[in-house]
Ligand binder design. Sequence first.
Ligand SMILES: [Zn+2]
Length: 215
Amino acid sequence: MRLILIGPPGVGKGTQAAMLEARLGVRPLSSGVIFRAEIDADTDLGRLANSYIKRGELVPNGVTIEMMGKRIRSEEVRKQGFVLDGFPRTVRQAEALDAMLEEMNMPLDKAVSIEVTDEVLLQRLSGRMGCTKCGEIYHSITKPPKREGICDKCNSPLFVRSDDLPETIRERLRVFQENTTPVREHYRAKGMLFVVNGADEPEDVYSQIVNGAKG
Ligand SMILES: [Zn+2]
């Protein structure tokens, strides 16, 4: 199975990629994880990518394509298939990916767009609180602390990260939509876009993805 997962932060892409790996052996290729691995291993590509990241700049298309291409061409990914997360982020990256897969004779099955309303995402993301001391993460609805505002483990005060404030989340979602719409449209035009409902339970989302990938 060869898939791209497109979806905003908090929609559960990581959960789905992990389920696909555990049940079908499909290799999860998250651009964030791959970038960090290259940087940690201090490869030429990793150093190059890091030079942009350190300056707060976007890693250029060419570097990103080369880094992801290295994994996509690996023996195990050829055998097991892949589920991409965080790549392609631009139409240029999508075109480079399409060309690479065509050359390898490994066509993509689907680009899966996991979609959910901003309100649902805000609910999921905005209740998060972290411990100032031990780093334990809580959630006002799904994992509340026993005493309000206090860590169960170490009794330290809890705080809301600036990333988890509703206005920051809204801005992240706006940027996500703006950046990913051209990629979604690219695959829609090729008849390869498949939309699943991210508000459903993870098991249901998983079934939709697996069934959609076959069709
Ligand atoms: Zn704590």
